[in-house]
Design a binder for this molecule. Structure first.
Ligand code: THU
Length: 130
């Protein structure tokens, strides 16, 4: 699949976001090492702390699909500078990533910037520390 179609799929995920409280929709697309794709959106709740981030939804879907390696992850919001994962989601991404994982920060018009895991979450804690 082309980058253009990845952007279209991420945008479609963002359009599904349930965000009546923040009005800040986020869409995520994960491409795994096997080339399969999983998407997610944020889902809020009247009890605010119960809301789920889009990254968490997409990662849960990937794990349900029997996969554990993120090759590329697209994160989109409506902002011109693109989506940026929150601290908790950086750690979630870290669990299923390696030094080759690409994190693509996207606006609806496309990829605005990209980074690797060390740039997203420097000096990170992971399974090998346990
Ligand atoms: N949000 C995400 O879905 N992912 C992030 O990495 C940043 C924050 C959501 C949570 C909430 O629904 C809304 O964005 C505003 O914080």
């Amino acid at each position: 699949m082309s980058e253009e179609s990845h952007i279209a799929t991420t945008k479609s995920a963002m359009s599904k976001a349930y965000v009546p409280y923040s009005n800040y929709p986020v869409g995520v697309l994960i491409i795994t090492d096997k080339g399969n794709t999983y998407s997610g959106c944020n889902v809020e709740n009247a009890s605010y702390p119960l809301g789920n981030c889009a990254e968490a939804s997409a990662i849960a879907s990937m794990v349900m699909g029997g996969e554990k390696k993120i090759k590329t992850i697209y994160v989109m919001t409506k902002n011109d500078e693109g989506g940026i994962p929150c601290g908790g989601c950086r750690q979630r991404i870290r669990e299923f990533s390696d030094e080759n994982t690409k994190i693509m920060l996207c606006s609806p018009s496309g990829v605005q910037s990209h980074m690797n895991l060390a740039e997203l979450l420097p000096h990170s804690f992971g399974p090998e520390h346990l």
